[in-house]
Ligand binder design. Sequence first.
Ligand code: BGC
Length: 728
Amino acid sequence: MSEIYKNPSYTPIERTNDLLSKMTLEEKIGQMCIVDGRKDPETWIYKKHVGSLLHVTGDKVIKLQKMASKTRLGIPILFGIDAVHGHAFQSGATVFPSQLGMSSSWNPELLEKIAHITAIEVTLTGLHWTFSPVLCIGRDLRWGRIDETFGEDPYLIGILASAMIRGYQGKNLSDPYSILACAKHFIAYGETQGGRDSSESDVSERKLRSIFLPPFVEAIKAGCATFMAGYNAIDGIPCSANKWLLTNLLKEELNFNGFVVTDWDNVGNLHRKQKVAPNIKKACEIALSAGNDMIMSTPEFFEEAVKLVKEGIIKEDLIDKACRRILMLKFKLGLFDNKRFPNSKKAISILGCKEHRKIAYKSALESIVLLKNENNILPLSKEIKRIALIGPNCNDVQAQLGDWSFGARELEHPEIPTLDYHPEYDTSPIVTILEGMKKRAGNDIIINYEKGCDIIDKNNHNINKAVEIAKKSDVVIAVVGDTNILNGELRDRVELNLTGAQQQLLTALKETGKPLIVVLINGKPLTIPWIKENADAILEAWNPGLEGGNALASIIFGDFNPCGKLTISFPRHIGQQPVFYNQLPGWHSNRYVEMSAEPLFPFGFGLSYTNYEYSNLQVSSTKLKPTDKLTVSVDVHNTGKYDGTEIVQLYINDIYSSVTTPIKELKGFKRINLKAGEKKRVNITIPVSSLTLINSECKSIVEPGEFEIMIGSSSMDKDLLKIVVEVI
Ligand code: BGC
């Protein structure tokens, strides 16, 4: 038997062809399976030739990979994990802000670094593939998984997701620190009914191509190795049963050449939940015909797929095609030549190391959004000597780390053991706000802490004690929000008000008459009109990760000038849902009977300790051909006392078009640093070809006519300078 596939001097294609020619049907179908590595992995390796395992950590990785190398062909296992904001299921690893948090930085270079660090930490623990980034559009805030998104704008999601993909995968997959990225969940999974996870997405092909597809197109351009099919159905067809979606659109039209993995038991659920297949065998047939390459956690798939081919219902060629895509990536990753075993010694010194924590700190700083700052109460003046630090999220590690992190409920499934805890790695303490504030305050300033109330239990509170402390202080910092049990998969909500006795606590603190600064630690925007009205300052910190406490203290004391901007709109009331900025034009007034339809805080909004003035808007030309580029220029002047970073945003509106188009669409942005008093000319260039719409024939075109160009500091009209150009 020649051993071309074992010989690194051959190309991945030659090696894949050689290996495929040697594989039995069972071996090929085994490669198409990914199962939970905590449940009987031995049988899966020896009897079912499994291609990939997920959720395995520690030395087990070595043990299982060695087992695989003893099988007939010795095909290495691809180990996957949800390392979505750092390798956060691994004790001791660096936990970054949640995806929604990091998106508020509008900083692709930073996200690329975060992903690169994650790749290093994942690789050192012997794993090869992360189920990240999430490209879902976050619109209905009742949906439990809003914290996992980059917010509500398709353009920004595309930019940030591509940056993370580059960070995970590096220049080349053969780089020993690169891992496979996975763009998920394909497609329109966030477009829920009533916020209910995994429900039907009511999306036409035109809407799909206008809003939901563009970020995934960017992911393909960035070379994303894998895509995950969503749980949802679109127009009656579950994503994993949708041949048009997975084969015609993704693989043929968009030329995606990686592999498609289903989400957890998507195939079993074609039968069990979505009921488009009368039995599992039919479900497997549908999924194979649709173009899924790897099947996650549908154990029956192995036996059923073998039967389907042997009975002539599915052609072996289809299996070969799927298996080829998987093997190609294993070869490209170099898994056959270097098993990429965990390097425990190195992992101990690198996971959560100083350098990585620095980036976690920077990302927490840049993800925090200043929503209000009456009378410039922040940063705290030097006169302040006594601070009352009150609230259930002052010292809640889980709220601070967020979902998909060590100890989070993904791993609390009753039937499966939790991921192993590895104390040897755990050198990486999590700094809560309480700890961060105490450290930064030093001996001169007294911090008096009281939890005040529980985040869930209304009756469990100590508001009187909190009020006593507040009365004796110069300022009150209340840290409220939500926590992990209110966010994530299976955690959809019917309201977004503060839970437990948090509102009572805030009301009582306000009544003390002391200045009230509210810090929000939460997975997603909450409905906080009372806070907007009554707090002197508001800092939205999301789930800021393990350096969150240090970052908040730096901002509160003025070591860092906040620069985050919202990537998702805050509603005033749950009944306004969805309240995203890029709405289609309405006809009647922009009001409900009870209140305005405007968001409480809109997309793109975020204050600074300084002020920026925009003036002198110019465009390179007001008459443009579709092949031209348009440069938009504006002066931005830092008129305040602090140096700062401003995120300059460029929106367009296609004034008259053959179909309705959004009232505003983000098309570009630039982060600029400005010293106090400094003025800079900012140029943003966009190709005219990006002014597309999807017409009634579902074609992407730029229609001639007038476009309004808007540039400024948020998506609000009052923050934008405007000019009209014409495409001829
Ligand atoms: C989630 C995916 C995740 C997968 C593996 C599913 O329930 O929807 O986002 O990657 O589990 O953990």
